[in-house]
Design a protein around this ligand. Structure first.
Ligand code: SAH
Length: 384
């Protein structure tokens, strides 16, 4: 059972201040259900029934699970709650991108983004409120860390999107075809909640999304990558952003702890688990005049020449007070060309949802318990 999935609720006994922990059923993967049902003396096939009620039929009450006994329904209701995160607001971009503000425990909120394309729909979900890693060009990083989301709050974002989008795209059999953990937060610093959530996204009894299409993106938490390999074969993306340690130390401070060579070694090891034809994605945000020069492209070629990967260039998405600029389209193309002509596989991520601040690195949610870093950032932003 995942501790990170436990929710605090009042007992309803009327005793002031008394509370007990109930599990949020939405964050429980097969393993967690199997353990609970065994404890309750129930047959393993109940796992299948319960998961389908929760993630295919979206029931919000155990009483509605009509193919299981009343006794078990009552027992489950005593032990668990079914609580989907609440939508605070929804915004629709002129390009069809949607952004939702989702309430998290403690009064904070995180953002989730849906990016429709002709043949697929990508949902970008958050894993934490804020982020501790302080990457210099990321709006979420500027806020500092507030809290971890629970497994239910992470997979709950997919649950919300699947239900909400069905009406918007009646012609599509499956609206959410891809999930990327590229919203707010560093997924590998919330490992125990992220892994069951990812299990549920990939499970046929959950959201049935192919393991190739569920991607965990990390700024480079190296021990987390090795741990992840033991636990899942979801796709992996790393946020490289610089081709040498001196520059990466500045842009992505976790590099001081886990430098590039260690990060790439961990990725090779992870890729070994993925099997033929699947490689790690290397994200590289292009910052004008900082990491987009010909010498950076040459160093990238040197670094990744023998490293099987797909490189995804992300033109920087500006936000107030960031201190960085987006390179011109010509300069992005030139950088791409230098890598491609050396034989590297490289694409440029299209900027989507900019008019609603939904592009990569622009997600800030709303953090109730503001850290000093966030207050400082707000002062800077309002001064600029
Ligand atoms: N914490 C995860 C997910 C971050 S968001 C990670 O670090 O991988 C997904 C990608 O967007 C990351 O590569 C991140 O570094 C990048 N990013 C952050 N801010 C950005 C911005 N303002 N413009 C463009 N890309 C940005």
């Amino acid at each position: 059972m995942q501790d990170s999935n436990a929710a605090q609720t009042t007992s309803g006994t009327g005793l002031q201040g008394q509370s007990r922990r109930r599990l949020n059923a939405l964050g429980m993967d097969r393993e967690a259900w199997a353990a609970l049902l065994e404890e309750l003396g129930e047959k393993p096939y109940r796992v299948e029934q319960i998961l389908k009620w929760l993630h295919h039929r979206f029931v919000d009450d155990f009483a509605d699970m009509t193919d299981i006994s009343k006794k078990l329904r009552t027992e489950l209701a005593e032990r668990c709650e079914i609580r989907e995160p609440e939508i605070v607001s929804e915004h629709l971009s002129t390009d069809g991108t949607r952004k939702w503000l989702i309430r998290a425990a403690g009064g904070s909120a995180v953002e989730m983004v849906f990016i429709p394309e002709p043949n697929r729909g990508t949902l970008c979900v958050s894993s934490q409120v804020g982020c501790a890693l302080d990457c210099k060009f990321c709006a979420t990083g500027k806020q500092g860390f507030n809290s971890n989301l629970t497994a239910a709050e992470i997979v709950g974002q997919v649950r919300i999107a699947v239900q909400t989008l069905a009406d918007a795209y009646p012609e599509r059999e499956r609206v959410v075809t891809n999930v990327v953990l590229m919203g707010m937060g560093e997924p590998l610093l919330n490992f125990d909640a992220v892994t069951p959530a990812v299990d549920l996204m990939m499970d046929d009894l959950g959201y049935g999304i192919s393991k190739r299409r569920v991607t965990i993106s990390t700024a480079g938490v190296v021990p987390g990558i090795y741990r992840l390999a033991e636990r899942t074969d979801a796709s992996l993306a790393i946020s490289l952003h610089a081709p040498n340690d001196a520059l990466r130390d500045e842009l992505v401070p976790i590099n001081r702890k886990y430098p590039i060579a260690e990060l790439l070694k961990a990725c090779r090891s992870y890729a070994g688990n993925l099997g033929e034809k699947r490689t790690v994605t290397v994200e590289y945000t292009l910052l004008n005049g900082v990491n987009d020069q010909p010498e950076h492209a040459a160093q990238m070629v040197e670094l990744l020449r023998d490293f099987p990967c797909k490189i995804n260039l992300i033109p920087f998405n500006p936000f107030p007070g960031s201190g960085f600029e987006r390179p011109t389209v010509t300069s992005v193309r030139a950088f791409q060309h230098r890598l491609a002509s050396a034989g590297l596989s490289v694409t440029v991520r299209t900027t989507r949802g900019e008019d609603i601040d939904a592009a990569c690195g622009q997600l800030v949610g709303s953090v109730a318990d503001r850290t000093r870093r966030q207050a400082r950032y707000r002062r800077l932003a309002s001064a600029s």
